[in-house]
Write a protein that binds this ligand. Structure first.
Ligand code: COA
Length: 567
């Protein structure tokens, strides 16, 4: 695929030529100004696919349709939360609003970015819909905020190990992108049968409260709304937040509930008297705001967010150019396996504004595509696999990452890494491989150390060491999403035979790799921030870029020496 100059650029080129023939003083004349004002002078990529590739396109399309079907099924499953019994208990017995309706009241609109909705599905201890907790980023009075909302229809909102992991990841997103954080707390504390996987370790439950303190010290505002039980561990979330709101007759905060008091002292006490909203706003001072009903609490939280010292720019409606090519065609470009990958330019041309792309080092290390583009007006550097990450490709990647870091341009990694190792069978090969490793090390170092924001989308394979250089999860991208066709495993399925001589063992490992490499398996375990459909990628990327940018508008950002203490 060749980069072709855009015809629409030709008049501008002529204007530049005219300009160079004029004397120096005339550089400020209108023809030069016209050139500077161009929104994007990047060339349009030729993103049309050739008829010869139609069978690959068709096979990818069929696979993507199956994956999309699975995506829809899981989406419907998680929307049911804890199921009929849990919903009836929550709404009829406990008279509470369902978690998604709470978000509807809290946020400006339903156009929020939900994180890892499939987390908790297919785990060894069962299916925990949305890990019992909805997390994401939505706007409150125009300000992007992370929300962490327990779903009490799932086992009373208790915390499973995956719930803790999901909350910690949401806090990490808040920290990395400096976003205010709102907790909707409705939790019975630890899910006791799995207490040993929730309580003692560094990244277990206590880390949530530790993070709250650190976030406050980093001047990341946090608001808690107590809209259900906050028992045991749950009690510490509002305690450590900077401001807390509590709903009368719905919210309770205590370490041990009325049954425990009865067992210990023989005294009968109501939940309201033991730790209700009146007690905590009028007597203990544990909570700052009293809300008579739930909807009042979300209004109160919105008002608190309005007091944060952000100076947002006025809404500007600049029309971004849509890609020239049909975005839905990404379904046929999403590779069903590495062997079905087509030139990644075809994918890039369906993601960028006007399908424009300013390629960097087009003739060197051609198995990695690097270059600049805009996504809904945001300038980005794109790094996309277009084959094996060779010595040259890795050096080029390292160079480009540093270039973007130097210019503070966010990086988008489109990851589709090679399915298995290449064996070293000769001395020549050994030398080639060790050079390649050194170059990959350089790329990994530049990715790890780049301070510019990074977003990774796994568009195909996420295998082996190449995936680290392409900013895999362990390299801390601000966000990491998977397409539903993505495969995540150290080796691709069918590659175990290259390492394992024993046929039975190879068959067994291949079967395991197949099961464990699906995008939904990965997302169930929270190895990513969610599965997104290829045709939604441009919108998701644009939203992430807007979210990341918001920190520039916080007026007071300097780190405090200490956290805010609740008095
Ligand atoms: N661990 C494991 N399961 C728990 C649990 C816990 N800490 N707390 C509640 N559950 C389960 C219940 O067994 C029930 O399961 P089921 O649906 O299979 O019957 C489900 O969660 C809902 O609990 P239920 O008591 O029926 O609902 P509720 O709305 O009336 O009350 C709570 C919810 C959370 C207020 C109440 O269950 C409670 O106080 N639990 C104990 C909390 C506690 O002491 N935690 C200490 C953790 S260290």
């Amino acid at each position: 695929m060749h980069v072709t100059p855009d015809r629409r650029l030709q008049p501008v080129t002529r204007a530049v030529r005219t300009c160079t023939r004029q004397p120096a003083w005339s550089r400020f004349t209108s023809s030069c100004t016209r050139r500077r004002r161009l929104p994007s002078a990047f060339p349009v990529i030729d993103g049309a696919f050739q008829p010869i590739h139609s069978h690959v396109f068709e096979a990818n399309l069929r696979n993507s349709q199956v994956c999309q079907q699975r995506y829809m099924e899981l989406r419907n499953e998680v929307l049911k939360g804890g199921g009929e019994k849990g919903i009836a208990r929550h709404t009829l017995k406990n008279k509470k609003i369902l978690v998604r309706d709470r978000l509807h009241k809290l946020l400006d609109d339903d156009d929020y970015l939900e994180l890892s909705p499939f987390a908790g599905l297919g785990l060894s201890y069962g299916d925990i819909p949305s890990a019992g907790c909805i997390t994401g980023i939505g706007k409150i009075n125009g300000l992007w905020c992370v929300f962490i909302a327990n779903d009490a229809t799932v086992k009373g909102g208790t915390s499973y190990p995956i719930t803790v992991k999901k909350q910690l990841r949401a806090q990490e997103v808040a920290i990395q992108n400096r976003l205010p954080c709102v907790y909707l707390v409705d939790s019975g504390g630890a899910f006791l049968p799995l207490q040993s996987d929730i309580f003692p370790d560094k990244n277990h439950g206590g880390r949530i409260f530790y993070n709250e303190a650190i976030m406050s010290a980093l001047k990341i505002p946090q608001v808690a709304v107590v809209c259900g039980s906050c028992t045991a561990g749950g009690a510490y979330v509002p305690l450590m937040a900077e401001e807390a709101v509590m709903v009368h007759r719905i919210g309770t905060i205590f370490l041990g509930g009325p049954p425990l008091v009865k067992a210990a002292t023989g005294e009968d006490v109501s939940p309201e008297d033991l730790g209700g909203a009146r007690l905590h706003t009028e007597v203990s001072g544990y909570v700052d705001h009293f809300a008579a009903v739930e909807s009042e609490a979300y209004e109160c939280a919105r008002n608190i967010i309005s007091t944060l010292n952000f100076k947002l720019p006025g809404e500007r409606h600049t029309e971004a150019e849509e890609p020239v090519h049909i975005v839905e065609e990404l379904m046929g470009l999403a590779p069903r396996s590495y062997r079905y990958s087509m030139d990644v330019r075809l994918i890039v041309s369906r993601l960028t504004d006007g399908s424009r792309f300013q390629e960097f080092k087009a003739r060197y290390g051609t198995t990695l595509l690097t270059g600049f583009a805009r996504i809904e007006g945001h300038q980005v550097g794109i790094i996309a696999n277009n084959g094996e990450l060779t010595y040259e490709a890795s050096l080029k990647g390292a160079h480009f990452v540093q270039l973007c870091d130097q210019r503070d341009i966010p990086l988008i990694f489109l990851q589709n890494t090679a399915p298995g190792p290449v064996h070293t069978l000769s001395q020549d090969k050994a030398e080639t491989h060790s050079n390649k490793l050194k170059a990959q090390g350089a790329m990994m170092s530049s990715v790890a150390c780049a301070s510019t924001p990074k977003i990774t989308v796994v568009i195909g394979g996420c295998h082996g060491v190449d995936s680290y250089a392409m900013c895999g999860r362990s390299f801390d991208p601000n966000f990491l999403f998977l397409w539903p066709n993505a495969k995540v495993s150290i080796l691709a399925p069918d590659f175990a035979g290259t390492l394992e001589q024993d046929e039975d063992k190879a068959l067994h490992i291949n079967k395991q790799l197949k099961e464990e490499s699906s995008a939904f398996y990965s997302s169930g375990r929270l190895w990513d921030d969610g599965v997104i459909l290829p045709q939604d990628t441009r919108k998701v990327l644009s939203k992430c870029l807007r979210i990341i940018k918001q920190q520039e508008y916080q007026m007071s950002r300097e780190k405090q020496k200490t956290t805010l203490f609740r008095m």
